[in-house]
Design a protein around this ligand. Structure first.
Ligand SMILES: Cc1cc2nc3c(=O)[nH]c(=O)nc-3n(C[C@H](O)[C@H](O)[C@H](O)COP(=O)(O)OP(=O)(O)OC[C@H]3O[C@@H](n4cnc5c(N)ncnc54)[C@H](O)[C@@H]3O)c2cc1C
Ligand SMILES: NC(=O)c1ccc[n+]([C@@H]2O[C@H](COP(=O)([O-])OP(=O)(O)OC[C@H]3O[C@@H](n4cnc5c(N)ncnc54)[C@H](O)[C@@H]3O)[C@@H](O)[C@H]2O)c1
Length: 457
């Protein structure tokens, strides 16, 4: 065999797998045709969060009079925002490329496909290994909306290069990508219409978490349609149009640009998985909780599994798969969902750890829930950040936290208190014993905990 482990794809999941396996003493090759860096750095988390910082600051500048401040005519320069993003992303990318080119691995800069369960081909050469980790990520989903391809659309990738600000935009899909980018454009002065099929935006979250964000988006001037059906798109008089049914009426909206934010799908094209005996499941490459595919020596990690497409999970997958690949006959490391965490970097942000009410109800798990609003919290009032609430879910017998959810200011930071408590299997009583400095946003976490403690008795 040429290698102990060959990792296919050098993004967040693949790099974590290669790093873990090499540190454990394995001979490792990474295969990636590039551009090197991975989705998170090149076209995902980091560039989007960089540009969102600009639109968040601009939104605050527009609120200056509320805080007794005068700011004359604040406005965005999209080309300058994109230049700042490019500078930062170049730094992050260089760092990752250096890591991938470290001689402790062999880096093969070509696309790989399987020829058997023990060999791949890349760049016309054949390489064999005891184990493989597939980490090829995801691509924009091809959602069959009538007229979509003919009309033409932007994707999140395109928005990261767009230097000329469109005066109007229709955003199809109000998931993570749709919500973050819709708010970015609305805040820099593009008139945005957001179109979502389900009854509320962020359909995977509990409805109560989405509503305060919807309210804020509308206050900022965005048109938000939820519960739409029969979506189709067209071009009329040079404008992109979306046609759909909303509350029983036929609606047509028109804009200069159309952003397709209808989701992503696992990137398996060209891998020739059949040759290796690797099977697809409902979401992507089918894996068990050890991240093993239908073939014992082949693992799949990160977005290509379609399980929960966020970076810290991709990294955790990579680490677990690498360990299991090197210990095929020993005790296996396993993924668990208990601390599943997500953050939507909107304003207010939406952050969750553990189980939602939807999941508890679907699984018939008993739970108690309590919420507390930011508009009744001293520090939030001082900051002028009053949208949203904190919701805690606990077991009814002993108060163990099973879910924590925040829509509100700094939700992406605040949630980490609750992740820590839940990591140690903490209860609402633990939260009440911890010191909280006054006045802080964090204090709000104790109020629903008090209500839950009172409910349990
Ligand atoms: C706009 C946007 C914003 C996001 N923001 C966040 C965020 O704020 N926080 C968060 O946690 N997540 C965010 N995500 C999700 C996150 O970026 C992904 O979950 C994560 O980057 C996936 O990592 P990965 O390693 O699975 O895949 P990738 O990073 O996509 O890596 C896949 C690699 O495989 C390579 N490859 C493809 N085909 C082959 C082949 N045949 N042979 C060899 N190599 C191949 C590719 O070149 C690529 O380098 C965002 C996603 C998007 C689209
Ligand atoms: N902050 C973050 O962590 C972050 C940011 C961006 C992306 N991501 C990751 O990337 C993945 C992809 O994000 P995404 O937003 O592209 O996908 P998504 O699946 O989260 O959202 C797509 C949305 O489009 C809606 N939709 C689908 N068909 C529709 C139709 N016909 N009409 C109207 N709406 C329709 C879906 O209901 C869904 O809400 C996410 O799952 C997330 O894990 C994470």
């Amino acid at each position: 065999m040429d290698y102990d482990v060959i990792v296919i794809g050098g993004g967040s999941a693949g790099y974590a797998a290669a790093d873990t396996a090499q540190r454990a003493g394995a001979q490792v090759a990474i295969v990636d045709p590039g551009p090197l860096g991975g989705l998170c750095i090149l076209r995902g988390c980091m560039p989007t969060k960089t540009i969102l910082r600009s639109s968040d600051i601009l939104a605050l500048m527009h609120r200056a009079p509320e805080f007794g401040l005068a700011v004359d005519n604040p406005r965005a320069d999209l080309a300058a925002i994109i230049e700042r993003k490019d500078r930062l992303i170049a730094e992050f990318t260089n760092y990752r490329v250096e890591q991938l080119k470290n001689p402790r691995f062999t880096l093969i800069e070509d696309a790989a496909h399987f020829v058997s369960a023990n060999a791949i081909e890349a760049g016309g050469k054949r390489y064999s290994a005891r184990a493989f980790v597939i980490a090829t990520g995801s691509v924009i989903a091809d959602v069959p909306i009538p007229g979509l391809d003919a009309t033409g659309f932007l994707t999140s990738d395109d928005t990261l290069e767009l230097r000329q600000q469109p005066d109007s935009m229709i955003v199809l899909g109000a998931g993570f990508v749709g919500v973050e980018l819709a708010q970015f454009y609305q805040r820099i002065g593009t008139q945005v219409t957001l179109v979502q099929r389900s009854g509320h935006i962020l359909s995977s979250h509990d409805e109560d978490l989405a509503r305060p964000l919807e309210a804020r988006l509308r206050e900022e001037g965005m048109t938000v349609y939820t519960g739409t059906r029969d979506l189709k798109v067209s071009v009329q008089d040079g404008k992109r149009c979306a046609h759909f049914i909303h509350e029983g009426k036929e609606i047509t909206v028109a804009a200069a640009t159309l952003l397709n934010a209808l989701g992503r799908t696992p990137n398996v094209a060209g891998l020739n998985l059949d040759a290796a005996g690797v099977k697809l499941g409902k979401w992507g490459i089918a894996v068990d909780d050890t991240l093993r595919t239908s073939k014992h020596n082949i693992f799949a990690v990160g977005d290509v599994t379609g399980l929960f497409e966020v970076v810290h999970i991709a990294i955790q997958h990579g680490e677990i798969a690498a360990y299991n690949a090197l210990h095929p006959d020993g005790a296996q490391q396993r993924c668990e969902e208990r601390l599943k965490t997500s953050v939507v970097f909107s304003d207010p942000a939406v952050a969750s750890v553990g189980y939602s009410e939807k999941e508890c109800r679907q699984n018939n798990w008993p739970y108690l829930a309590a919420s507390y609003p930011f508009d009744d919290h001293g520090k939030s009032l001082c900051l002028g950040e009053t949208h949203g609430h904190v919701k805690l879910l606990c077991r009814p017998d002993d108060g163990t936290l099973i879910g924590a959810h925040i829509t509100g200011p700094e939700a992406g930071e605040l949630i980490h208190h609750l992740i820590a408590v839940m990591y140690y299997h903490g209860t609402v009583y633990d939260l009440l014993k911890m010191p909280f400095y006054h006045p802080t946003l964090s204090e709000i976490l104790t109020y629903p905990a008090e209500e839950l403690a009172a409910k349990i008795g």
